[in-house]
Structures are given as structure tokens and as C-alpha cells.
Design a protein around this ligand. Structure first.
Ligand code: SF4
Length: 454
């Protein structure tokens, strides 16, 4: 078992060097939260929803839902292969033609994308990217076209999927759309061009008539495409509308819906404030500078997603329902940063262990007076360790924690690491999280992906 380090854990920790080391993290977390508040939205009370979330997860599990990616992705019935691939990002490529869109959603995070203004006017060479991937023989399995609204560029979108069909015939293709520009001819042309999966977004606060129109387009898509999905954020307080929508989508017979944790894109705070939203607290499991442009999770969206998932299970709907948490969006980045170095001991050294559970490298540390005792035990077993004088710790591979079984209650820090390039482009191991364990509590399998992963 591995424990989080909280103010309470800290108050019972007697090792002063360990304590001082942890305080650095707590300070960084407080500073990050303070910086986030500058964007204009407050945090909810820490862990306020935790009990209810845990209870709902238990109920959903008992109904047979599949928990994957360390519990960050939960689904029932059916899941797109693209969503499985997204957890590591391996073999996936997502691109766009333009970031232009006919809608103006207050929660849109596209303004956070690099070169947003440029791609309002200019087109990206998405077809050129497909050709380059094909030429390089890159082992791609999934490709997606998103936007903006790709179907504002009907011919270019069709040409994109034609190119995928010609150059990468084995690759699974999908398209994201708000649905408004889709008519029968366009749908047929896209299907003929090889498009396999179409994902509609529905804006739950749209007028009823507009949602009805999108549902008609979804029904049309059902006649034409092999896979039809809806992907939308679940806004706290909209559960009743979501239940209704789920029944309608189930009746149409679509394959699945992705329930996204609703996010605050760090802009447009007035729109969020006026609706009474606050931010989920804590905002991250691991504080890090993530690529995903979606922003920060809004409090109570996770609860709403889980309630919708439970509704589908209780009512035995056939539709695949997938809760895709914000944390689920981050794991691909961690995997992409670290997995390549798993076998590169020459780069990372012997004191790190790659976790197949969350894709961080893990290392074990003991502090102060404990260093000497642990050093003696490891030396006797012929195990390598590293002594760090500045912070007074001894670092070793978590694989060796079992050698310390005689020190039953020894407090051990379990640190998480990610590899990023330094200024010269050389790999740099960055420590991003600290947790705690003891030789009695720790099992190496705590760092392995669960058995129900799919
Ligand atoms: S439809 Fe999508 S891309 Fe367009 S404004 Fe809304 S969230 Fe942004």
C-alpha cells in the first residue's frame, strides 16, 4: 500500500529531514493553487466530494463497469479502440485542418492551442502529415481529424480521409464534429472516403430544438457509418438532461458516449463564475505542466459523470458509456515521456522503476538517521543506492524495499518522476510527486497496472 502525504501524515512523522523534504512539495502545491486562483475561479473545499465519489465508484463496479488506466477511465458495454489507444498515445495521431468554428462555446479550450489565431485564418497541411506518416512507415493504428469544426471544410475533410484510406489503409479513422454541417451527401462522401468513426459533440445548454436537430443528424450517421459516438463534457447540475439524452441516444442505437470531465480552460472565468462553478480540489493527482489544453477540472463534474454511468447500468442500456476523466487525458503524456526510457538504464540509472500503473518512474528514499541502517542492509544484499548529502536522503530502487522487511515501520518516501529534455535536449529526470509507504505495507505490485485493465 502507498499513502498520500497530507498535513495529518506530516504531524506524526518524527524524521525531521523527511519532514523538511515533504514541506517543499506542500509549499509548491500551495503556490500552484494560489497561481491558479489568479485566473478568477475558486477551489472547492479539498476532497469535499471524495466520499460520495468513492461510494458511486463502488456501486458502478458492482454493476460490472470496467475500471482501467488506474481507475481514470471507467466504462460499461462498449469502448472505442481509439479510447484504449489514447491512454498511452502510442500509434495515435490527431490533427486539424483549421481551428475555425461556427460555434462559440464558453468552455472551448481551443484558444489555448498553439497558434490559435494563425489557424483561424490559415489551413494546416493535415493531408501532408498523413503522407509524411505513410512515407516514414510510422506504425500508426489510429488517426483523427478534429477542429474547430472540420466540416466547415467539407471537401478538404473528405480529401483527408481519402488520403488516409489510400496511404494508411489499416489505420482506424475518426472525425469530431458539432454535427450542424453534416448532411446526407457529406456523410455518404465521408463514408466512401473510408471514415470509420464519427463523434458528435452535443451542447447540453443549447435550446431543445437545436439538440433535436443534432439528434436527427446522429440518426442519419447511424445509417451510414460503422461507428457513431457522442463525446461531451458533463456539466454539473445537468444530470437529469443527461439521463434523458442517454435514453434518446440508446434508442437511436449509437455505439457509445464519452462523458468528459468538464473543465475550466483558464479563460472566460466570468462565464464559470456566473454559473456558480468552482474548481475540483486537489486539481491534480500529480502537479505537472501537462500538454493537454483542456485546463482544470470543474468541481462536481466527476460526480455527475459517475451518476450518468450508474444510470446507464441501472437501466441496462445497450449504449457504451465511458467516463473519461481529466486525469485520463494526462496519462498519454506521461507514457510518451517515460516509456522509451524504460529499458535505458544507461540514461536513468539503477534507482528508478517504471510503473505500468501510472507510467511514472518510481524511486524509494529514506532520510536522516535511517540512511545508515538502510545502507548497511542494501550493501549486504549487494544492491546499489545513492546517498544525497544536501537533503540528507538515501535513494534506491523500490524493487529492493522487500530487503528492509526487518524495519517494519520505517517511513519510506516513494517519489514519482518524469523525463523531460533539458536545454540541450538531453533527458532530465524530474521529481514530481512524493508519497509514503513502509516495508510492511509496500508491495511491488502496487506499481503495476490492475488485472481488469483492457
Ligand atoms: S463546437 Fe467545439 S471547437 Fe467549436 S466552439 Fe464549441 S467547443 Fe470549441
Amino acid at each position: 500500500m502507498i499513502y498520500p502525504i497530507t498535513d495529518r501524515t506530516l504531524s506524526v512523522l518524527n524524521n525531521q529531514k523527511f519532514k523538511r523534504y515533504v514541506m517543499r512539495y506542500l509549499d509548491i502545491e500551495q503556490q500552484t493553487q494560489q497561481a491558479i486562483k489568479e485566473y478568477g475561479l475558486n477551489f472547492e473545499t479539498p476532497f469535499l466530494q471524495q466520499n460520495e465519489i468513492e461510494q458511486l465508484k463502488l456501486e458502478i463496479k458492482n454493476y460490472g463497469a470496467v475500471f482501467a488506466n488506474n481507475g481514470k477511465s471507467i466504462h460499461c458495454n462498449w469502448l472505442s479502440s481509439a479510447c484504449v489507444q489514447c491512454r498511452t498515445g502510442e500509434g495515435s495521431h490527431t490533427t486539424f485542418l483549421s481551428l475555425k468554428c461556427h460555434r462559440d462555446c464558453y468552455f472551448c479550450f481551443n484558444p489555448n492551442q498553439e497558434n490559435y489565431q494563425y489557424f483561424q485564418q490559415e489551413m494546416r497541411d493535415a493531408i501532408g502529415e498523413v503522407e509524411a506518416i505513410a512515407e516514414q512507415n510510422y506504425p500508426l493504428t489510429h488517426i483523427a481529424l478534429t477542429g474547430g469544426e472540420p466540416l466547415l471544410f467539407r471537401q478538404e475533410s473528405i480529401a483527408f480521409f481519402q488520403t488516409v484510406q489510400q496511404k494508411l489503409p489499416q489505420v482506424h479513422s475518426r472525425l469530431y464534429t458539432a454535427g450542424d454541417p453534416l448532411d446526407r451527401n457529406t456523410a455518404r462522401a465521408l463514408a466512401k472516403a473510408g471514415l470509420q468513426e464519427i463523434r458528435f459533440s452535443i451542447k447540453i445548454d443549447d435550446p431543445k430544438a437545436r439538440i433535436t436537430k443534432i439528434l436527427q443528424r446522429i440518426a442519419l450517421a447511424r445509417e451510414i457509418f460503422p461507428t457513431v459516438m457522442v463525446e461531451m463534457p458533463v456539466i454539473p447540475g445537468t444530470e437529469q438532461q443527461m439521463f434523458q439524452l442517454l435514453i434518446q441516444l440508446d434508442d437511436i442505437g449509437i455505439d457509445g458516449i464519452n462523458l468528459l470531465e468538464f473543465c475550466f480552460p483558464l479563460t472566460n472565468s466570468e462565464a464559470y463564475q456566473s454559473r456558480g462553478f468552482t474548481l475540483k480540489n486537489p486539481p491534480y493527482e500529480v502537479y505537472y505542466n501537462y500538454w493537454y489544453a483542456g485546463g482544470l477540472a470543474v468541481a462536481q463534474s466527476e460526480l455527475a459523470c459517475l451518476r450518468v454511468l450508474k444510470f446507464a447500468l441501472e437501466n441496462q442500456l445497450a449504449i457504451g458509456v465511458h467516463y473519461c476523466s481529466l486525469e485520463n487525458k494526462h496519462t498519454g503524456q506521461v507514457y510518451q515521456s517515460n516509456a522509451f526510457f524504460e529499458q535505458r538504464k544507461d540514461v536513468i540509472g539503477e534507482h528508478y522503476y517504471f510503473s505500468s500503473q501510472d507510467y511514472f518512474f518510481k524511486s524509494a528514499k529514506v532520510f536522516g538517521d535511517d540512511c545508515e541502517t538502510v545502507a548497511n542492509l542494501l550493501k549486504r544484499a549487494g544492491v546499489s543506492y545513492h546517498q544525497e548529502l544536501l537533503h540528507g536522503f538515501l535513494q534506491f530502487n523500490p524493487e529492493s524495499i522487500f530487503l528492509l522487511s526487518s524495519l517494519t515501520e520505517l517511513p519510506i518516501a516513494l517519489t514519482s518522476h518524469i523525463i523531460e529534455p533539458d536545454e540541450q535536449g538531453n533527458p532530465l529526470i524530474k521529481e514530481v510527486r512524493i508519497q509514503m509507504t513502509t516495508p510492511t505495507d509496500f508491495l511491488l505490485t502496487d506499481l503495476h497496472g490492475g488485472s481488469c485493465e483492457k
